[in-house]
Design a protein around this ligand. Structure first.
Ligand SMILES: C[S@@+](CC[C@H](N)C(=O)[O-])C[C@H]1O[C@@H](n2cnc3c(N)ncnc32)[C@H](O)[C@@H]1O
Length: 276
């Protein structure tokens, strides 16, 4: 998969940050920093340009959070991605302020992922892209290292548009089917990612917390919505039985309302910690 540009990741980050459940993120940080004897290692899978690092740094800096550790300088961030351009951008943005180890690696090579010493593994907007067997293999490695998992922003299959359009339901059903196609990491879990993570990690003896983290997009997010709409329309254009003219009409309607309408895209955040 090569389709994630710095520009697209930047465009979605404001919505991601607003959506992320802050209590769950703070709980993940508390677990990470609870062992005061060690400098905690956090491994971010599919790190992109470092959005999880930025999000957890913000949560860690919140005055509401009661921890003796700074969220930045006292952590080792291992950023793992197969796209060197994204890793370089993460280093450019954070290399001077954070302790970063960048690892160019394919998440399919799970056995070689650098989890040694990790207390927490994180991922944002990743698990809906991966297959069931990637989750199973990662779970086995988490157990082996007694590491926690904080998996934020897993698409849950729901999207609600305002104003509504008669084709919304058909487009969503087709899009959710498309979300289950192989995106480079095996047949994708798509909307089932949150549920499957919970099941696999519960089975492995972890304690699970879950929170909804929907994108709630309004006029301030028009630029993101204007990218989202053609992305959805392209994904469902072929193979799902949607009439080409009807789909074009849906797209035109949605674009016409991009700056004034609303769109809620459901996600789930999952935190799984080893049961002590
Ligand atoms: C939706 S983006 C999320 C990026 C980042 N976590 C964020 O929230 O901005 C998915 C990320 O997974 C990475 N990725 C996709 N397939 C991968 C693979 N097979 N191995 C390693 N990284 C992969 C992409 O390069 C991209 O950075």
């Amino acid at each position: 998969m090569s389709g994630f540009s710095v520009a697209w990741l930047d465009l979605r980050e404001r919505a991601d940050n607003a959506a992320r459940d802050k209590a769950l993120a703070a709980q993940a940080l508390s677990w990470l920093t609870a062992d005061e004897a060690a400098m905690p290692i956090i491994v971010d899978l599919g790190s992109g340009t470092g959005s999880t690092l930025r999000a957890l740094s913000l949560v860690g800096a919140s005055p509401a959070r009661d921890s003796p550790r700074s969220p930045d300088g006292d952590l080792v961030w291992r950023l793992v991605d197969h796209n060197p351009a994204l890793l370089n951008e993460a280093l450019r943005r954070h290399g001077k302020t954070h302790v970063i180890e960048d690892h160019e690696a394919d998440l399919l090579d799970l056995a070689t992922l650098p989890l040694t010493g990790a207390r927490l593994v994180t991922a944002s907007a990743l698990f809906d892209l991966v297959s069931l067997s990637v989750v199973d293999a990662l779970t086995a490695r988490l157990v082996q290292h007694r590491a926690g998992l904080y998996a934020a922003l897993n698409y849950d299959g729901t999207t609600t548009w305002t104003p509504p359009h008669p084709l919304d339901g058909h487009v969503l059903a087709a899009f959710n089917q498309d979300q289950r196609k192989d995106k480079g990491l095996g047949l994708a879990l798509g909307p089932d990612a949150g549920d499957y993570l919970q099941m696999a990690l519960t089975r492995a003896g972890y304690t699970i917390w879950v929170a909804d983290s929907p994108w709630t997009l309004g006029p301030a997010d028009a630029a993101l919505v204007r990218e989202l709409i053609p992305g959805i329309a392209n994904a469902v254009a072929e193979g799902y039985g949607l009439d080409t003219h009807a789909l074009q009409e849906w797209k035109d309607f949605r674009m016409a309302h991009a700056a004034t309408g609303r769109c809620v895209v459901g996600h789930q955040d999952v935190l799984a910690l080893p049961t002590t």
